[in-house]
Ligand binder design. Structure first.
Ligand SMILES: [Zn+2]
Length: 113
């Protein structure tokens, strides 16, 4: 992983959720930011995979909680009239977006490595 990729990955997973949170739920941005951070727990589905971590594998569509069925559930969570459910759903969708960007950068960066 290059420095830029690491920055996009970890910044995307841990910092950007708070930016979203501040924009959407300003009066409780810390709590909604934590709910969005909690959505990173969908990475626990990696424990079901073998090997658990493979830097050359794209998570999207491979892991149980990174597939379209799970994404549909996250979208449905946005319809729940509770800020924490919406924050979690949005966080999970954002998580998929960050992982997807990783896959895209990976396939672009690989020929240069
Ligand atoms: Zn992931």
């Amino acid at each position: 992983m290059t420095l830029v990729q690491s920055f996009v990955h970890y910044g995307g997973h841990f910092l950007v959720p708070f930016a979203f949170s501040w924009l959407i739920w300003r009066e409780r941005w810390k709590w909604s930011g934590l709910a969005m951070l909690a959505a990173n727990l969908i990475d626990l589905d990696h424990l079901l995979a073998d090997p658990i971590f493979n830097p050359d594998r794209c998570s999207i569509g491979f892991h149980l909680l990174h597939g379209w069925e799970a994404a549909t559930a996250y979208v449905l969570m946005l319809a729940i009239p509770r800020w924490w459910a919406r924050a979690f759903g949005l966080g999970a969708l954002w998580h998929l977006a960050v992982d997807g960007m990783d896959c895209a950068m990976h396939s672009v960066a690989l020929p240069l490595a």
